[in-house]
Design a protein around this ligand. Structure first.
Ligand code: F6P
Length: 367
């Protein structure tokens, strides 16, 4: 009978609650004991009542709730070795055999580090007399299962991260609303969407709302005078009868010299060069709010259930997995590889090698 902890970490995402619900209920159904770890890694470091056994009824209603009911945090203490060691101590003292982490890129990198350092921490805790030899022998390894909860869709191990679909839906609703007023006034709108270093939300929002122009970090404008080319495109579509102009800009958009492209700057260009009455809307955290769509409920549920199966299948030699969804199938891949590949994409962007970044992303999707 395994004791399984579950935590949500980093920025919240719609679909995290359905995922937690599935972990709890599947664990109970398979004869295990689930534990909530509240406030992400902060709860691991604090221990005490931040780690509490979860009952079946504790997750009633979770399917339709946005955010994360067990809390999340971006925890500074966990970035330090001492913080992680305290986390290991708290897990061992509560008898936790496996940990399910639902979070984004940074949170899963933290999980991977904890996995890699685990034997070192256990040895140090035994040396310092904080755990017994019997505990050190029983908790030689910790199985960590990752699931990607992030609106950004920026991890390479899965076609869709939990929350990305709901955020995209929210963006589309908001842009549709903006376009009705834009049309009345024949205005131009520049809409900034989230996604940190990943343009997935912006790209898909642009296609889904019929935007005239788009800026994303992975594909900066190919020449320096992008302002002129944007103006030409927008003017051509007005000349063809369109009453509005819509530019979508990802919050991490950059030009080919890696300088940020900001919504206010685009507004200024459209106003001065084309004379358009232009407004900026920064959608911000509304994109992360509200109820999950049916797809994120499903994604969270299927992956949460698979996380428990992966724990039950594992031997001490099994590498910690990340659960994902590729080509409509729930998948299990080594967490370490997924983190490394995602890191390579970020490095390629930092080195201005945009073609390689795109190639790495599609390589991961093709797996
Ligand atoms: O990673 C999710 C995300 O929403 C990003 O798209 C955004 O850049 C960031 O989190 C915002 O973080 P915070 O909620 O801490 O302001």
């Amino acid at each position: 009978r395994k004791n399984i902890g579950v935590l949500t970490s980093g920025g919240d995402a719609q679909g995290m609650n359905p995922c937690v619900r599935a972990v709890v209920r599947m664990a109970i159904a398979r004869g295990c004991r689930p534990f909530f770890v509240y406030e992400g890694y902060q709860g691991l470091v604090e221990g005490g009542d931040k780690i509490r056994e979860a009952r079946w009824s504790d997750v009633n209603g979770f399917l339709r709730l946005g955010g994360t009911m067990i809390g999340t945090a971006r925890c500074k203490a966990f970035r330090e070795v001492e913080g992680r060691r305290t986390g290991v101590l708290n897990l061992i003292k509560r008898g936790i055999d496996a940990l399910v982490v639902i979070g984004g890129d940074g949170s899963l990198t933290g999980a991977d580090r904890l996995r890699a350092e685990w034997p070192e921490h256990v040895a140090a805790l035994e040396r310092d007399g904080r755990i017994t030899a019997a505990e050190a022998a029983r908790y030689r390894t910790l199985m960590i299962v990752g699931m990607v909860g992030s609106i950004d869709n920026d991890l390479t191990s899965t076609d869709m991260t939990i929350g990305a679909g709901s955020a995209l839906e929210r963006i589309c609703e908001s842009v549709d609303a903006i376009l009705s007023t834009a049309m009345s006034h024949q205005r131009a709108f520049v809409v900034e969407v989230m996604g940190r270093h990943c343009g997935w939300l912006a790209l898909n929002a642009a296609i889904s709302t019929g935007a005239d122009y788009l800026f994303i970090p992975e594909a900066p404008p190919s020449h320096d005078d992008w302002e002129a080319s944007m103006c030409r495109t927008l003017k051509a579509s007005r000349d063809a009868g369109k009453r509005t102009s819509l530019v979508i800009v990802a919050e991490g958009a950059i030009d080919r010299n890696l300088n940020p492209i900001k919504a206010d700057y685009i507004r200024e260009i459209l106003a001065t060069r084309l004379g358009y009455d232009t407004r900026v809307t920064i959608l911000g955290h509304v994109q992360r709010g509200g109820a999950p769509t049916h797809f994120d409920r499903l994604l969270g549920t299927l992956q949460g259930a698979e996380a428990i199966e992966a724990i039950l299948r594992a031997t001490p030699e099994t590498p910690s997995p990340v659960i994902g969804m590729l080509e409509n199938k729930v998948t299990t891949q080594p967490l370490k590889e997924a983190i490394e590949l995602t890191g390579q994409v970020a490095q390629a962007i930092a080195a201005k090698d945009f073609a390689r970044a795109m190639q790495l992303r599609s390589q991961a999707f093709a797996k």
